[in-house]
Design a protein around this ligand. Structure first.
Ligand SMILES: *Cc1c(COP(=O)(O)O)cnc(C)c1O
Length: 352
């Protein structure tokens, strides 16, 4: 089965080898060294400003989203949430559950986030912004520039869920004044699921030091403190951390620019061939991580099922109102141009 999914994705050989090996004990200097090396690499690859820190959590991406919100904000805050799909709604749900005051900017399907959406909230005392820079449920990639200008102007803390965008699209924490950048193991890094991380700016670290979150497991003060010596407070996803160490070093060697270029070429190669098929692309900006396909005849789910059953290919199905209209094709992980050519041919056959 070939996965063109939003995670887990096709893993690389070296990752699979690590995943099949005996795990080491982790309260050791050797493991601390791995953790500190990973911290250094994620900071470098995300363009984190001086004084930033990174923490790793044994949780899928949603855990890191919740940890970011409850450690950076409290009852004195007022947040702005951009919700253009199910991951944006998840940020709103987290705020609801923890009783953090927030306004949600809801986008219709196909509506492109613009500066006009933010105007009504300018100078209104908002203290933070939560955004999924690539809203994976629709595939819209938001313009980080619009968001970061607004946050800078209003002195707001900017939290970016870059879970499906980190290492796929251009983003630089320093350039865009990002205070917390959230990523997760099963997306572009193409690792086992269950590990996520947050790169945190210096001023966001200061906020964390002052907060008392309503969670013991996700109390970031413990993570920051223990991470000073390269250790996690609780048993980490040891194997996934070893996978991450290997992958970050590989990407570190080619550099973030070459990595994003590679993702861009893969995505463009696929998109160039869409006109051959009876399929449309949405009109909004797209991430290099994934291509949403719109099926004109409401047959998306049928195509998904036939590709799985007859062709050994899994695309990413959509939920809710997009169920019959959209499938998403992931470009993350070990996907070659040949794999994509093969997918185009098979999609053509299924649509005949
Ligand atoms: C995958 C993803 C998440 C996290 O989902 P989990 O299932 O918790 O890993 C969050 N935000 C975005 C934008 C994602 O693509």
């Amino acid at each position: 089965m070939k996965l063109f999914t939003a995670g887990p994705v096709e893993m690389f050989g070296s990752t699979k080898e690590i995943a099949g090996s005996q795990l080491p004990y982790f309260r050791t200097p050797e493991f601390s060294e791995i953790m500190l090396r990973s911290e250094g690499l994620v900071k470098k690859l995300s363009g984190a400003p001086k004084g930033s820190r990174a923490v790793f959590l044994t949780a899928s991406g949603t855990g890191a989203m919740e940890a970011s919100v409850i450690n950076l904000f409290g009852t004195q805050d007022r947040l702005l949430v951009v919700a253009g799909g199910s991951f944006g709604e998840r940020f709103a749900e987290i705020c609801d559950r923890h009783r953090i005051e927030h306004e949600t900017i809801r986008l219709e399907f196909g509506e492109i986030l613009s500066g006009d959406h933010l105007v009504p909230y300018d100078g209104k005392g908002f203290t933070g912004m939560l955004i999924n820079i690539h809203e994976t449920s629709t595939g819209q990639l938001y313009d980080i520039g619009i968001v970061s200008d607004f946050c800078r102007k209003n002195g707001m803390i900017l939290v970016v869920d870059a879970i499906s965008s980190f290492l796929a699209d251009d983003m630089d924490m320093m350039k865009s004044s990002v205070d917390a950048m959230i990523f997760s193991s099963q997306k572009v890094l193409a690792l086992s699921p269950g590990l996520s991380g947050i790169v945190i700016s210096e001023r966001a670290c200061e906020r964390i030091e002052k907060a008392i979150p309503s969670s013991v497991y996700f109390d970031m003060r413990r993570y920051l403190k223990d991470m000073e010596r390269g250790q996690p407070p609780f048993t980490p996803a040891v194997g996934t951390i070893l996978e991450m160490d290997d992958m970050l070093q590989r990407i570190g060697r080619i550099g973030v620019r070459a990595q994003v270029e590679r993702m861009k070429r893969t995505a463009e190669h696929f998109r160039e061939r869409i006109p051959e098929l009876d399929i449309e692309l949405p009109g909004y900006p797209l991430s290099n991580a994934l291509t949403p396909l719109l099926f004109k005849h409401g047959n998306a789910l049928g195509v998904y099922e036939r590709l799985r059953a007859e062709h050994g290919i899994t695309l990413t199905p959509s939920g809710g109102p997009l169920r019959d209209r959209m499938l998403r094709v992931g470009h993350m992980g070990n996907i070659t141009e040949d794999d994509q050519n093969d997918l185009i041919i098979r999609l053509g056959k299924v649509l005949e």
